[in-house]
Write a protein that binds this ligand. Structure first.
Ligand code: ZN
Length: 272
């Protein structure tokens, strides 16, 4: 891909995973096994930035998931520290539906100045619209955006129907529905989600490798180009490959600008 094709765009990666160095290798291998997909790199900051630099990413929305409640506070501190070291990061905190101190978790995330909360109900093993999860959204609504993993044909924890249920019950909660609203469940996602909820946007990570550029463009247009965020889901994919796939969708320059950075700034209320 010729750099001239993309150098004119500001590029924000709205979906990136990082782990502490000590556990990064194992965590990356585990994700690879979970999805049956070879990872492109190890999920540490140095590798993320190395991959993003190839296409001039200016900002990254980084997250890490607590698979058990006892990890929550440490992971939030880790993300916050990484954001201090890397000014190009916006950080998302984590919590868990089984946490016995959700108020404290959300208070920590706010006190650290993180930009929202990432949940991955499939890894975390709770239903995205369970009464316990709803308690998290109550604490966040109107204040912290939610980025949530969506969909997987093998599990029902984060199905598009559950994501719709969240959007319906919490109209003031901003929801970034990852993977075009339903990883490997795109048919169901487009039945239930596009243009139905004003608080919903999608990121387009971990989707384009599984469909033609025409299909990706079609799905994004269903949601509206103003409601889609570019994201790579590192270490799952490589930045250059994902940008190449995105540019093959054939959006106009203005639409590319929206998806690559402008929508992100509007959704997260940033004026950088
Ligand atoms: Zn993710």
């Amino acid at each position: 891909m010729n750099p001239e094709v993309y150098e004119k765009y500001e590029i924000i990666d709205a979906h990136a995973h990082i782990f502490p160095e000590k556990i990064a290798e194992n965590a990356t291998i585990n994700i690879g096994h979970f999805y049956g997909i070879p990872m492109t790199g190890c999920g540490v900051s140095s590798k993320l930035i190395e991959s993003g630099c190839k296409i001039g990413v200016s900002k990254y929305l980084v997250c890490s998931t607590a698979t058990s409640p006892h990890q929550i506070r440490n992971i939030n501190s880790f993300i916050s520290t990484e954001c201090t070291i890397h000014p190009e990061y916006y950080g998302l905190g984590t919590t868990h539906a089984d946490s016995d101190d959700l108020e404290g978790d959300i208070a920590q995330i706010k006190a650290l100045g993180l930009h929202g909360v990432k949940l991955h109900p499939d890894f975390q093993r709770f239903n995205a619209d369970s009464p316990e999860a709803f308690k998290i959204y109550e604490l966040m609504e109107g204040e912290l955006p939610l980025m949530i993993h969506c969909g997987d044909n093998r599990y029902d924890y984060s199905s598009p129907a559950r994501i719709a249920n969240i959007c319906k019950n919490f109209p003031k909660l901003k929801v970034q529905a990852a993977h075009m609203g339903g990883y490997q469940s795109w048919d169901r996602a487009i039945e239930l989600l596009p243009r139905k909820y004003e608080n919903l946007c999608i990121d387009i990570s971990s989707s384009m490798p599984f469909m033609s550029p025409q299909r990706a463009a079609e799905i994004i247009r269903m949601y509206g180009v103003e409601n889609a965020l570019f994201g790579v889901d590192f270490p799952m994919w490589d930045h250059r490959d994902e940008l190449e796939r995105f540019l093959l969708c054939g959006f106009s320059e203005e639409e590319n600008r929206l998806i690559l950075s402008e929508n992100f700034k509007r959704f997260y209320g940033l004026n950088t």
